[in-house]
Each structure stands twice: as structure tokens, then as C-alpha cells.
Design a protein around this ligand. Structure first.
Ligand SMILES: Cc1cc2nc3c(=O)[nH]c(=O)nc-3n(C[C@H](O)[C@H](O)[C@H](O)COP(=O)(O)OP(=O)(O)OC[C@H]3O[C@@H](n4cnc5c(N)ncnc54)[C@H](O)[C@@H]3O)c2cc1C
Length: 546
């Protein structure tokens, strides 16, 4: 396998929304910037084919005081475990990003005005601006290129290069050229998105049928952990909901009412309202699974009482919400929302936690920044904290020198030998087999209900599987090798889910431990930190401040 070296002041790992925004602002701040992207920034990640809700504060819509909105967002699903100060910084910067995006050609107004709808309960402040995001990735890619950002597509970054306590670059696999890529950089920004494929999906035979982009496999979390950075709340489960068997995020875009098989509304709305949708599925993510357990399923998203105008409105936004395939499928199958209700389901488990970063996007390691769904926040958090990360990393890089390849030689050689080993084996397990074995273990031993004995048994099982994966996975070509890397990263994230679940001796929200059946008040406002110290995982409780 060949080796090639790139050099930059700032390396953005992942060219999704956060990565491109970071790159643009780092370049504006005078840095030489590289974006290393696993796929192609034109259509990659969770914003690949669009989004339509952008959390933001717009003074002319909300009034002069940002505080009510800060509190609303802080107490919503994206405020989880974020300090009030971080949410305030997010909201205060959000309108600048809205104006920037609009000026670049991402339409942020609907029919000439700021349109807020969805993710909102009647009587509460609106937090999400409707915007037409279908072309956001080509637009952001163009803006990055205009500023001289070097975009290196088809490179999966899989480890950080560190010197003492500082991050100074990264190593990746070019899955087209079959070569190892070494990045030397003054600062690195992790923007690899969320963590999918850790648990079985709703249609387990189809591993890529996921609500979120199946290429976002927690690589940033795994790299950060191995480098010694802090991760938080990885054990806390997160679940989404949406149409059954064809998994796709976007439930807040539907203008309907969630109903039981007798046509009785089960949630917060009794008739469709395009301003609110039915936020029950936001407020109660396991609704559909719980009704199935009670023998009261299936539940349906029923749009039949919506007006023609409201249905057109909804379809317009589903196009921008990356749901074109869903709309095409409904057309092909003759599913008419005027006549048919659509069955919804609870999607798979995933981790709500991720890399710990502050309101400046700094992680616990020098030279390492993170943004976006490295700790879930949705599109506007990705845009705002990506933007802030870009400027802060560029300023840091001005003071720091890039890594010396010679210093990183040992790490690079180790990684080269791991990859070459998987490519040269003539027999072994495929990445699919390893991924499915991991998912099965996660589901059975660290699923919806967790306990000391099951977690200990599962952790031991996972340890054996991980060793087998390292020593026995086989890649027939560089593309499969990329998937092998993803699976190894998922094993690390899975292991952390087990370790942190063992440490959280309580039941809180969706985290259920019947052996500790109540929320321990001593753990209120505390974060569970995991990090690697001297090659060993360590957990620690810290108080949330600010
Ligand atoms: C259909 C759908 C609709 C949604 N709608 C909304 C909405 O309306 N509002 C909202 O707030 N949120 C929405 N979301 C969530 C939103 O898209 C994400 O929160 C957002 O994209 C996060 O941005 P990000 O840059 O952190 O990650 P992503 O946009 O997912 O980008 C991550 C990038 O990193 C790349 N990558 C991953 N691993 C590596 C690696 N090892 N090396 C190199 N590159 C790597 C990926 O290919 C990808 O390009 C939606 C998600 C989906 C799937």
C-alpha cells in the first residue's frame, strides 16, 4: 500500500454541514484548510439531500430578548446535556448564519417571510425556521472551494496523530487509490457526524436502511477516545421514529395526527395543523414501540384530514428534508396521503452522547476541535459550532506547528500493517459479519433494558468479538477496507456504551436499569465522562457548569 502526505493549518475531518462551515470560516480567517471526506462533499452525510428545520433566534420574529428561546432550546431534545451558556452562544450566532446561507443561495425564507413551524408544542415559542435545504451541500462545497479550501474526497480518516498532549494531524485511507493518507496539521476539527449502525436497524437484512446516513459510524467519537479526549453520556440512548420499514428522519415535517387503529388520536393534536405537526413523536420517541408492547399497535401518521394546500405544503418541505425517495416510493406504490394513513414505528437505538466540546468547539485535547453531531444538535448546531470551530482552530494553528511525519512514524507504520493485514488475508470474516455480530451483542446486552449481569456478560462477549475482528476481518478491496475501519470504530464506541452503562447506576429518561430503578438525585446535572488514560478506559462524573 502506498503512502501520501498532505499538509494544512487546519484539517476538517468530515465534509458535512459542520465540516464545510468550519472549513469556510477557517479559510476566511487566513488558514490553509483541507477537508477530508469519506464520500463526496457534494452529497454526503445527514444533510446530503436536504434538511428543512433550522433552530435559530431571529430578533424581528422572536422579539429583542433571546432568553426565552435559549430556555426553550435548552429544554428540548437538542439541549440535552448542553450548558445554558453553550445554548446562548448557539442562538446568538444563529441569525448571522441564517443571513449568510441566504446570501449564498440557500433559501432561508418561504414566500418572502421567516416561516417557523414544526418541533413545537402549541403555546410554546417556535424555535425552528423552515428553510429550503435541498441544495445546501453543493452550495457549501462551492463556497469552500471559492476560498481555496482543498477538498479530499473518498478519504476515511481513522486515527489522530498526537505528540505528547497535542493533536497534530490524522491518518486516513483513500478508498479509491488504495493508499494511506497522512495529514499534518496545526489543528484538527472532528466533524464526522453521528453514530449509526451500532444497533440493528428496523429492517436488519438491509444494514443501510437507516433514518440517519449509514456512512456516519461514530468514527470521530472512536478517534477522539483513542487519542485521549473526553466523551460524554455515550450510554444515554437516543431513538427516532418515522415511517415503518423505510427509515428516514423527517417526522416533524409531516402535517398529520398520530392515531391508533381505531382512528383515535394518541398524542397532542386532534386535527392536522401545519404549524405544529404532531409533536408527540418528538416528545415520546418510544411511543410506537410501547404501543406494540401493550397490544395497541399499529399507530399511523394520518394526514387525511389535512387540506390540499397543507398537503402540498408538506410535500414541498419533504423534498427539502431529504425525503425525495420516500415521496417517489409513495407515488410508485399508489400511496395517496388523502386516502391512506402511513404506519410509523420507533427506529433503532443509538447513543445520544459523543465528543465533549465547549462553546468554542474546543475538546479536552490541545489542537483538537469538534462540532456538529459529534455531539448531537441538528443542522443549526452543526452550522454554528462548525463556523466557530473554524475560526478558533485557525487562530490556534497560527501559534502551533504542524506535526512531523517522523514523530508519527510508529503510529503510521502500525496502522499500515493493520490495513495491509486485512487486505492480504485469504480467509476471514467480512465486515458485514463483524458489524452484524456487534449489533446483535449491543441489542441483546445493552439494549432498551440494561443490568449489571447482562452488561458484564455482553462486555466480555464484545471483547472477544473485537479481538476476532482485529485479527480476522478480511477486505477484498479498498472499499471493503473502509467498511472494516468503520466496524472497528463501532466496536470502540460499543465498548464505551457498555462501560458507561455499568457506571450509570440509575434509571433516567430512556436509560433503564431495573437493578437501579430510580433517577439518583445526586447525579442530576452531572455528565458521565469516558476517556482513555494510559491505554485504559476511565469513567468520571463531572458537574455541569454554566
Ligand atoms: C433525512 C434527514 C433530515 C433531517 N432533518 C433535519 C432538520 O430539518 N433539522 C435539523 O436540525 N436536523 C435535521 N437532521 C439532522 C442533520 O442533518 C444533522 O444534525 C446534520 O447534518 C449534522 O451535521 P454534521 O456536519 O455534524 O454531520 P453530517 O452532515 O452527517 O456530516 C458528517 C460528514 O462526515 C463524513 N465522515 C464520516 N466519517 C468520516 C471519516 N472517518 N472520515 C472522513 N469523513 C467522514 C460523512 O461522510 C459526512 O459527510 C436530519 C437528518 C436526516 C438524515
Amino acid at each position: 500500500m502506498k503512502e501520501t502526505v498532505f499538509e494544512a493549518d487546519v484539517l476538517c475531518v468530515g465534509g458535512g454541514i459542520a465540516g464545510l462551515m468550519a472549513a469556510i470560516h477557517a479559510a476566511d480567517s487566513g488558514a490553509r484548510v483541507i477537508v477530508a471526506e469519506k464520500a463526496n462533499t457534494l452529497r454526503s452525510g445527514n444533510g446530503a439531500t436536504g434538511n428543512d428545520h433550522f433552530r435559530c433566534y431571529i430578533p424581528e420574529f422572536h422579539g429583542p430578548d433571546v432568553q426565552p428561546l435559549v430556555e426553550e432550546v435548552a429544554h428540548s431534545q437538542v439541549g440535552n446535556a448542553r450548558t445554558m451558556n453553550t445554548v446562548r452562544v448557539w442562538m446568538e450566532n444563529s441569525f448571522d448564519i441564517v443571513k449568510l446561507w441566504d446570501s449564498w443561495g440557500i433559501p432561508m425564507k418561504y414566500k418572502g417571510t421567516w416561516e417557523f413551524a414544526g418541533h413545537t408544542l402549541p403555546g410554546r415559542p417556535f424555535t425552528t425556521l423552515k428553510y429550503s435545504g435541498q441544495q445546501q451541500k453543493p452550495v457549501l462545497t462551492r463556497e469552500a472551494r471559492k476560498r481555496g479550501v482543498q477538498i479530499v474526497n473518498r478519504v476515511t480518516v481513522f486515527d489522530l496523530l498526537c505528540e505528547s498532549d497535542r493533536v497534530m494531524g490524522a491518518i486516513g485511507l483513500d478508498s479509491r487509490e488504495n493508499q494511506l493518507v497522512v495529514f499534518r496539521a496545526g489543528a484538527v476539527i472532528l466533524c464526522t457526524g453521528t453514530c449509526v449502525r451500532l444497533y440493528p436497524g428496523i429492517a436488519p437484512g438491509w444494514n443501510f436502511n437507516r433514518a440517519y446516513c449509514a456512512a456516519t459510524t461514530g468514527d470521530g467519537r472512536a478517534m477522539a477516545y483513542r487519542a485521549g479526549a473526553e466523551l460524554i453520556n455515550v450510554e444515554m440512548p437516543q431513538r427516532w421514529a418515522g415511517p415503518k420499514y423505510m427509515a428516514r428522519c423527517g417526522k416533524a415535517t409531516w402535517v398529520g395526527v398520530v392515531k391508533d387503529p381505531d382512528g383515535k388520536p394518541v398524542g397532542l393534536m386532534s386535527k392536522p395543523d401545519r404549524k405544529y405537526g404532531d409533536a408527540i413523536a418528538d416528545a415520546y420517541h418510544t411511543l410506537f414501540a410501547d404501543y406494540a408492547k401493550l397490544g395497541k399497535a399499529p399507530l399511523y401518521m394520518d394526514c387525511r384530514d389535512a387540506s390540499d394546500e397543507d398537503l402540498d405544503y408538506m410535500k414541498y418541505w419533504l423534498v427539502h428534508e431529504g425525503n425525495m425517495a420516500m415521496l417517489n416510493h409513495m407515488n410508485e406504490e399508489g400511496i395517496d396521503l388523502k386516502k391512506h394513513a402511513v404506519e410509523f414505528t420507533t427506529y433503532e437505538l443509538t447513543t445520544a452522547g459523543g465528543v465533549r466540546f465547549n462553546e468554542k468547539s474546543e475538546t479536552s485535547l490541545k489542537g483538537l476541535y469538534a462540532a456538529g453531531d459529534e455531539y448531537f444538535g441538528g443542522i443549526s448546531a452543526a452550522a454554528v459550532f462548525g463556523w466557530l470551530a473554524g475560526e478558533n482552530a485557525a487562530n490556534y494553528a497560527k501559534r502551533a506547528k504542524a506535526s512531523d511525519v517522523a514523530v508519527a512514524r510508529e503510529t503510521v507504520d502500525q496502522k499500515m500493517s493493520l490495513l495491509s493485514g486485512m487486505l492480504s488475508r485469504s480467509s476471514g470474516a467480512s465486515w458485514q459479519e463483524a458489524n452484524i455480530a456487534l449489533q446483535q451483542t449491543m441489542q441483546d446486552y445493552a439494549g432498551g433494558v440494561r443490568s449489571e449481569t447482562m452488561l458484564q456478560a455482553g462486555l466480555a462477549h464484545l471483547g472477544r468479538l473485537k479481538e476476532k475482528a482485529y485479527n480476522g476481518m478480511l477486505a477484498g478491496n479498498p472499499h471493503e477496507l473502509m467498511h472494516c475501519i468503520e466496524v472497528l470504530n463501532l466496536f470502540d464506541v460499543g465498548e464505551l456504551v457498555f462501560l458507561a452503562s455499568l457506571e450509570r447506576k440509575e434509571t433516567r429518561g430512556g436509560f433503564i436499569r431495573p437493578d437501579y430503578p430510580y433517577a439518583n438525585p445526586l447525579l442530576n446535572n452531572k455528565l458521565l465522562v469516558c476517556k482513555m488514560v494510559n491505554g485504559k478506559p476511565v469513567t468520571e462524573w463531572i458537574q455541569m457548569k454554566g
